[in-house]
Design a protein around this ligand. Structure first.
Ligand code: 5GP
Length: 213
């Protein structure tokens, strides 16, 4: 059975550490490719254009929407975020596992278009730990922290839409769990539709006596 690349969506509350988790996975295993999103939000200290995000103006972003250059996009806490189409399609065609680290509205749009996508939500061990991590970042204003926490409460209502939830308590453990889930995901029937269909049609031919060994 030849495995095709899978489309992976990783979501999680702001501050949960999903970015670090995904970066580690991509650095460690060649099979994963990470999509770099486009956003209108300002870069945080240490972020680089083309690495964490493509940082663009609202006009450029809207232009990209018009050109149908995004697989999905969403508005999050006052800014646009979207997934450029070309890179994802290229990686999928090459059979690599492609990771989109996106929020829930975008995740639902991708799920609709690609029902075989694997959706994983990264949770904090507790709400108080999440608040501590957000404050520890020290890059956000009090108002932004509150906005992101209230957004987390709203997003938590949609968790059942995901295939898996994992808790990021110990980063090493969480990384192993995530990799384990993704390895297993290759073996689900929905990821192997063409192999199954081919086998089915061969079986029918043998069943009718049209084919023999
Ligand atoms: P941050 O500003 O903290 O980097 O990201 C805010 C939220 O936007 C996170 O939940 C992140 O997963 C999400 N996000 C990042 N890129 C995209 C994207 O391309 N599309 C969507 N829908 N969400 C994104």
């Amino acid at each position: 059975m030849k495995h095709q690349g899978i489309l992976i969506i990783i979501s999680g509350f702001a501050g949960v550490g999903k970015g670090t988790l995904v970066k580690r996975l991509v650095q460690k295993y060649d099979r994963y490719a990470l999509s770099v999103s486009m956003t209108t939000r300002a870069p945080r200290p240490g972020e680089e254009d083309g690495r964490e995000y493509f940082f663009v103006t609202k006009e450029n972003f809207e232009q990209k929407i018009t050109e149908n250059g995004l697989i999905e996009y969403a508005s999050y806490c006052g800014n646009y975020y979207g997934t450029p189409r070309a890179y994802v399609e290229e990686q999928m065609a090459q059979g690599r596992d492609i990771i989109l680290e996106i929020e829930i509205q975008g995740a639902m749009k991708v799920k609709e278009r690609f029902p075989e996508a694997v959706l994983i939500y990264v949770l904090p061990p507790s709400a108080s730990e999440l608040e501590m991590r957000l404050r520890g970042r020290a890059t956000e204003t009090e108002e932004k922290i509150k906005e992101r926490l209230s957004r987390a409460a709203a997003e938590s209502e949609g968790l059942e839409q995901y295939d898996y939830v994992i808790v990021n308590d110990d980063l090493d453990v969480c990384e192993q769990e995530l990799h384990g889930i993704l390895c297993a995901a290759h073996f689900t029937p929905k990821q192997n539709v063409s192999f199954i269909n081919e086998l089915r049609s061969e079986l029918k031919k043998f069943g009718k006596g049209e084919k023999r060994i």
